[in-house]
Unconditional design. Structure first.
Length: 278
């Protein structure tokens, strides 16, 4: 098997669209829904993709029926595949490499998402006893992300994710223990459309919970574990998400909120959120 590729500086976990060959607009399939206005096959360029890899309706995506595009986050996988895995080779003049590039992209996206979670866990002082194991998990995930395309496509990402998730769960339990009381347990719960306005969810386990359209206005979600929680259409207006565990920009962008919603760095309030009082 070929030696791993060197990392040439594209290890950022934030999307750099200018360094990507619009992989999310080509490699991924869309199904006509509330998130996407059209059907699109995997490997088929979006009809709005321009020759310079920019979106022709970028400033009008939500009003044109593509809110899913505004919420999507590749965690930096796009530029990693474009500039590192495939060495900056554009798929348009090199169509022979396009199918493999498009297959590698979702694999890389999963690895970069794991890197995001492990990096956060490492930054949590309460998880200090897991520092060595978390660092090893980070190093191994970074190693896998530098593999050649053929090796990436043979990678058992699910098995690696399971190993890393055990560490993330242990870190979560240590951090959420700071709340100092028994918190709500809603792992994987169906809370779609639930009325949770003003709820005390400090330190709650909401891993993988279905919170689609839930009313979380003014809810206290400090130190809640939100890894994998589906927040599409959830109303977070006035909610306190300070220190929430494993919350991503992707989740925030899929939800609704306002200027009173509290989030901590490196996350930011999405531009489409309403101002306070609306």
């Amino acid at each position: 098997m070929p030696a791993p590729l060197p990392d040439v500086g594209s290890s950022s976990l934030h999307a750099d669209c200018a360094s990507c060959f619009a992989l999310c607009c080509v490699a991924l399939p869309f199904s006509a829904s509330a998130d996407f206005a059209i059907n699109k096959r995997a490997g088929q360029p979006c009809t709005h993709l321009q020759t310079d890899f920019r979106c022709g309706i970028h400033d009008r995506l939500r009003e044109r029926g593509f809110p899913g595009c505004t919420a999507y986050d590749c965690f930096g996988a796009g530029q990693k595949v474009s500039q590192v895995t495939f060495g900056g080779r554009d798929w348009r003049p090199a169509p022979q490499s396009a199918p493999q590039m498009f297959e590698v992209f979702p694999v890389m996206r999963q690895l970069h998402e794991l890197l995001w979670y492990v990096t956060e866990a490492l930054a949590r002082p309460a998880a200090g006893s897991l520092q060595v194991a978390l660092r090893e998990a980070l190093d191994e995930t970074e190693r896998l992300a530098r593999l050649h395309p053929d090796a990436l496509l043979l990678l058992d990402v699910a098995a690696h994710r399971q190993t890393v998730n055990a560490l993330l769960l242990a870190a979560s339990e240590l951090v959420r223990a700071e709340v100092g009381r028994t918190a709500a347990q809603h792992r994987g719960a169906d809370l779609m459309g639930a009325t949770l306005k003003g709820a005390d969810l400090r330190g709650a386990d909401l891993r993988g919970a279905y919170l689609i359209g839930a009313d979380l206005r003014g809810a206290d979600l400090r130190l809640a574990d939100l890894i994998g929680a589906d927040l599409r259409g959830a109303d977070l207006s006035g909610a306190d998400l300070t220190g929430s565990l494993f919350l991503t920009q992707f989740q925030l962008a899929a939800a609704k909120g306002d200027a009173r919603t509290t989030v901590g760095p490196p996350l930011t309030r999405p531009a489409h959120w309403a101002p306070a009082g609306r």
